[in-house]
Ligand binder design. Structure first.
Ligand code: BG6
Length: 492
């Protein structure tokens, strides 16, 4: 009964939101380094400053399309949250020790592509970058934590975005293959759990991943998706060839979604939205081929994907070992969404669900949705699953005595861990691990804010870059420690 022995308990971070040291140790610039902070509660988006083809400068919203030929830049008079972030680069020993103290036996982190290849496509890797992660992984092992490494987490090298339009281009795919093979080779024996491309289903949605015209140019978006799938499959196949012990997962933003009503029109709208938004990505990476509806859609729209010989086969050879996903909230889908209020979510929007409460950022809180997901995914694929992101982004208050009493976060975690237990014990799903998001405070991907905190460890840093970066344990730290050290027995 309960969580199986050896269940992986930990936390998750991403280099571009956590590491800082944005030019240290030979690192190059990534698109994330050109994104300013925004304000998610008041709907003020993150921004890019870009140099237009005629040499003038313009500012665009983080999800806007940027005209082909325009180049994102770092403006010396602008504050960029990723440049220091919460500075794992200089605090890694201290932070890893805190994770171990909390009871982690796994720690999910991403490798910053531009730390290894500063331009993304350099002839030789940067030894200083390779050594940095090697030291981190060795320390993880010393402390009893398995590293779970995301190869690509929202950090397209700026050079590839500006000069090649990111993942639309085959050049980026080829550069990614070299990068993936380099790290898979170098960290053989040090890393056995890998994730390929973070939230692959939302990677074409915004310029952060290098694609300039990502909404209006459907052909580009489909080509970009193809390159991401081929890149992911290559990484899986190569990981298995380099070390048969390697276990590789996909990474999908998999919020739950419900038809708004039992009107068949709403039910079908939900099927279409889930096909397009989630299952497409799972089907390709677990089954190794495009689903029938997608093939028909591409035919109908006259979109022909440019493929190289052998790539269809590669998708089949590079199917993943486990299904890993992020889960924060759920959404309702209606055939006529304009008749209902909007509900925000993890890079997505749905219609307001009258049965659920939401966070300050408008993300619904829906623990049962996680159990629904675990059942649906397992019914569909019958492979092990891992929840590699989950958590509550909230504003924390530091009391005069320095304590942070984040009972709201504890409540969120408790309810989600409880349904995981139910899904294992009652529904019989095969769940292998849990790494809640932003186990230590870091920069929000969607809004660039610091005040949207997910951590169990507080970092003294604000939205404008003020703070001494000191770390302190929140009340939730002790709650998670109790859960982890009891292997999920003690969750009350
Ligand atoms: C996912 C990402 O989208 O959700 C993370 O993988 C991100 O990078 C997380 O930080 C939470 O989203 P946000 O916008 O609150 O940071």
């Amino acid at each position: 009964m309960g969580f199986p022995k050896g269940f992986l308990w930990g936390g998750a971070t991403a280099a571009n939101q956590y590491e800082g040291g944005y030019l240290s140790g030979g690192k190059g610039l990534a698109v994330a380094d050109t994104l300013t902070g925004g304000d998610g509660i008041h709907n003020i988006p993150r921004k890019f400053i870009v140099e237009m083809p005629d040499g003038t400068r313009k500012t665009f919203g983080g999800r806007d399309e940027i005209p082909a030929g325009a180049k994102a830049i770092v403006d010396p008079d602008t504050y960029y949250p990723s440049h220091v972030a919460t500075d794992f680069y200089h605090h890694w020993k201290e932070d890893l020790a805190l994770f171990a103290e909390m009871g982690f036996n796994v720690y999910r982190l991403s490798i910053n592509w531009t730390r290894i290849f500063p331009n993304g496509d350099d002839a030789e890797p940067n030894e200083e970058g390779l050594k940095f992660y090697e030291d981190v992984f060795k320390e993880c092992h010393r402390l009893g934590m398995e590293p779970l490494v995301t190869i690509y987490h929202f950090d397209c090298p700026l050079h590839l975005a500006n000069e090649y339009d990111g993942w639309v281009s085959r050049h980026t795919l080829e550069a990614f293959k070299v990068y993936a093979k380099t790290i898979l080779t170098r960290y053989k024996g040090l890393v056995k759990y890998w994730l390929t491309i973070n939230e692959i289903n939302i990677n074409t949605n915004f310029m952060m991943n290098g694609v300039h015209e990502h909404i209006s140019n459907k052909k580009n978006a489909e080509q970009c998706r193809w390159h991401l799938f081929v890149g992911s499959a290559y990484a899986v196949k190569t990981a298995h060839e380099i070390d048969p012990e390697n276990k590789v997962g996909l990474m999908i933003a998999h919020g739950a979604s419900y038809p708004y009503s039992c009107n068949p029109e709403d039910v079908f709208a939900e099927i279409e939205s889930s096909h397009e938004g989630k299952w497409f990505y799972g089907d390709v990476q677990v089954r190794g081929y495009y689903p029938a509806w997608k093939v028909k859609q591409l035919e109908r729209e006259g979109i022909e994907i440019q493929k190289e010989p052998g790539e269809d086969e590669l998708l089949k050879e590079g199917v993943v070992d486990f299904y890993s996903f992020s889960y924060y909230s759920s959404q309702a889908v209606a055939a006529h969404p304009e008749e209902h209020g909007v509900s925000e979510g993890n890079q997505t929007r749905g219609v307001k669900n009258p049965y659920l409460e939401a966070s300050e950022w408008g993300w619904t809180i829906d623990p049962l949705g996680l159990r629904i997901n675990l059942n649906q995914i397992y019914d569909r694929y019958q492979i092990p699953m891992m929840i590699v992101e989950n958590g509550l982004g909230a504003i924390d208050k530091v009391e005069e005595d320095g304590s942070i009493n984040d009972d709201y976060r504890i409540d969120y975690m408790r309810k989600h861990i409880k349904v995981m237990k139910d899904a294992i014990e009652i529904d019989g799903v095969d769940l292998m691990g849990y790494t809640p998001w932003g186990c230590i405070d870091l920069v929000s991907a969607g809004t660039g804010e610091m005040r949207k905190r997910y951590g169990f460890i507080y970092v003294n840093m604000d939205d404008d870059g003020n703070g001494d970066l000191s770390r302190s344990r929140k009340k939730s730290f002790y709650y998670m420690q109790k859960v982890y050290k009891s292997n999920g027995e003690d969750i009350d």
